[in-house]
Design a protein around this ligand. Structure first.
Ligand code: ZN
Length: 269
């Protein structure tokens, strides 16, 4: 794997000038990748997912128009919160993956959002799903994946660039790794808080993500941790932090839309 990552920087950065310009992104974290790298990586991953229906059985948007229309309205209301740094630069596409046993959602760099039917069916109302989607959007918008790659592989990437270790499959390889990339606890706390901020101007209750974690806690004794927690390690006091952010912003309770949400669940296969 090392060799693979070494090659990536050469491919992505394409020259030392970019590295020398090693910059802070809009949220202040050091990230040696460019915004365009995030977009390219996400596009690669989206293409891999589209070409592997056995692993990622994406629900057909033309066949399940009602389901996609519901989610489209939800995603867009979050994206139109006025709080997304890269609203115009990123793609912001979403797909539903048909797998009822997987409690997960993820968002690739550049704004490619994936939600499993297992998660949709597990959750109880629209604010919970909006909260989780807000959390995922935050990972992409705050560029956590490439921040993380910068921290973990920064020096090696630099070496790889200098050595000119370069091949065409590197971008593909790194994109594959992104689906299992584990975020830091700081990333998780940030995304939880951003989720509250994004949902605040929407009709949804801004504490929605906390509802998901409360449900997970309730069922924790009877089942093994869901995949969501392997790529999103739980910081301490996650639920409490979300409520604190909500109170700090002086927000009023929003809607949960449980009956509409049930209709959405029933629109899925
Ligand atoms: Zn997360």
């Amino acid at each position: 794997m090392k060799k693979i990552y070494l090659g990536i920087v050469a491919l992505l950065l394409g020259g030392s000038m970019l590295f020398l310009a090693s910059s802070c992104d809009k949220d202040g974290d050091v990230n040696i990748f460019t915004l365009q790298n995030d977009i390219d990586l996400g596009k690669q991953l989206a293409e891999q997912i589209a070409s592997d229906p056995a692993t990622y059985p994406v629900l057909s948007p033309s066949q399940y128009q009602e389901s996609y229309a519901y989610l489209d309205a939800m995603v867009n209301s979050i994206l139109d919160s006025g709080e997304i740094l890269h609203r115009d630069e990123f793609t912001w596409e979403f797909k539903i993956i048909q797998n009822d046993t997987t409690l997960n959602a993820f968002c690739a760099p550049g704004g490619y959002i994936y939600v499993y039917t297992g998660l949709i069916k597990y959750l109880e109302d629209a604010s919970q799903l909006a909260g989780v989607i807000g959390h995922e959007i935050a990972h992409a918008d705050l560029r956590h994946a490439t921040d993380r790659l910068t921290k973990v592989y920064g020096l090696e990437l630099l070496l790889g660039m200098l050595l000119g270790d370069n091949n065409e499959s590197t971008l593909t390889e790194i994109a594959k790794g992104l689906t299992v990339l584990s975020f830091s606890r700081k990333n998780e706390t940030e995304s939880d808080e951003q989720s509250v901020i994004y949902l605040a101007p929407t009709a949804y209750d801004a504490r929605g993500a906390a509802g998901f974690f409360e449900k997970l806690e309730e069922s924790a004794q009877s089942s093994s941790p869901p995949p969501f927690l392997s790529t999103h390690p739980a910081p301490d006091n996650r639920i409490e932090n979300i409520h604190d952010k909500f109170n700090e912003l002086g927000l009023a309770p929003g809607g949960t839309f449980a009956s509409e949400y049930e209709a959405f669940q029933n629109s899925l296969p």
